[in-house]
Design a protein around this ligand. Structure first.
Ligand SMILES: Cc1cc2nc3c(=O)[nH]c(=O)nc-3n(C[C@H](O)[C@H](O)[C@H](O)COP(=O)(O)OP(=O)(O)OC[C@H]3O[C@@H](n4cnc5c(N)ncnc54)[C@H](O)[C@@H]3O)c2cc1C
Length: 338
């Protein structure tokens, strides 16, 4: 009998933990970890510190690239998965190579969300999800002194702190999505506005973005309901959404993320989804919840791997810690302070 070949798509905190757990529980199996990024697994929550120059890139990595080989895990970096053939049990890479699997864990995480009405301004907005994004931020910050931050998800506060530490002038446009995934309300809005202002941030009155005009390569004029500001850079922080469009048509059930049962199974034999890209059934609320946050991702990565090798471990979350934000049930292990 040929040995198992487990494939994991995505080397973020969830995928990385899944690969380590598979090797621990099924040492004889072949384990392949595929990531579209060139780097090995890193901690995304430290990206703002890298922008601030408070740490070196090396400090971001979870483990040295060579350690995968030592553990018997085949790491394939810089390789994007573009499709799945679940009946043939195949993963299709963008260079047309096909990788066959006996078991699959999908851990592709999220991508920055831009609300529909703002999509027309997308080309002017900087988001922050990857190490490549940090390089774009750093290059632009070397020329920009005034930064407009839009949105207000939890990452935005860490980035604002980084910008202030670099001596930048920060304007903040908090909108109705502010504090995603924490539920927004007037009291929280006022408290955060006050804290930002106390740090020297200019918080714009609530209003709608009317236009962004590019004055030169390094300057924009932004019109917000009667306010006109000039900024050298615009940051957009509206949370993350599961990065699963490439799986449309694969046969997987997809709503916001990939729908899985409480054991993280997709319904296809030996195919699990985990981390930020999964939407997980909860038996007692009889509904699906989405996970956000580093610690959840690590724990869910382990759970998916345990279940792929025959375990029956429920994705751990207390009913009380699931709350609803804009119609989406969320559980977060996120932490932040400002
Ligand atoms: C700037 C920033 C700050 C954050 N701060 C905090 C914080 O303070 N606290 C906290 O708890 N959480 C924080 N988070 C969130 C936390 O990092 C995520 O919840 C966690 O990384 C999710 O892990 P994941 O493995 O599910 O997905 P991800 O980390 O998104 O990893 C998914 C991986 O899959 C790869 N991938 C995607 N599509 C493909 C494809 N088609 N083919 C191959 N590979 C693919 C991606 O390149 C990526 O490496 C932060 C995130 C960011 C971006």
């Amino acid at each position: 009998m040929s040995k198992d070949h487990f494939v994991i798509i995505g080397n973020g905190p969830a995928g990385n933990q899944a690969a380590l757990t598979l090797k621990e529980k099924a040492p004889e199996a072949a384990v392949t970890l595929i990531s579209k990024e060139r780097e090995t697994c890193y901690r995304p929550h430290l990206l703002p510190d890298l922008i601030a120059g408070k740490m070196q890139e090396e400090g971001l990595y979870v483990c040295p690239i060579g350690s995968y080989k030592e553990r018997g895990i085949k790491l394939r970096t810089g390789q994007r998965v573009v499709g799945l053939n679940l009946t043939q049990r195949e993963v299709i890479l963008d260079h047309k190579e096909i990788v066959r699997f006996t078991g699959l864990i999908i851990a592709v995480g999220g991508r920055p969300r831009i609300p529909e009405p703002l999509l027309v301004f997308r080309e002017h907005m900087f988001t922050l999800k990857t190490l490549d994004d940090v390089k774009l931020w750093t290059a632009r910050l070397s020329r920009a002194n005034n930064i407009l931050m839009m949105g207000g998800d939890l990452t935005s506060f860490a980035v604002t702190k980084a910008l202030l530490s670099l001596g930048k002038k920060v304007f903040f446009m908090l909108n109705e999505d502010a504090f995603w995934p924490v539920r927004s309300n007037e009291a929280l809005f006022n408290e955060v506005s006050g804290k930002l202002a106390g740090r020297g941030v200019e918080v714009l009155p609530k209003g709608r973005l009317k236009s962004i005009a590019r004055l030169s390569d390094d300057a924009y004029e932004v019109l917000v309901d009667g306010h006109r500001i000039q900024a050298g850079m615009i940051g957009a922080f509206f949370g993350l959404v599961p990065d699963v469009q490439f799986l449309t048509g694969s046969g997987l059930r997809i709503d916001r993320g990939i729908l899985v049962d409480e054991y993280l199974h997709t319904g296809y034999e030996g195919v699990c989804a985990t981390g930020d890209c999964a939407q997980i059934f909860h038996r007692s609320i009889r509904d699906y919840w989405t996970s956000i946050g580093h610690d959840n991702a690590v724990s869910l990565g382990r759970t998916a791997a345990l279940n792929l090798v025959g375990g029956k471990v429920e994705a751990a979350v207390a009913k009380e810690s699931i709350f609803e934000v804009q119609g989406i049930k969320v559980n977060t292990s996120w932490w932040t302070e400002f």
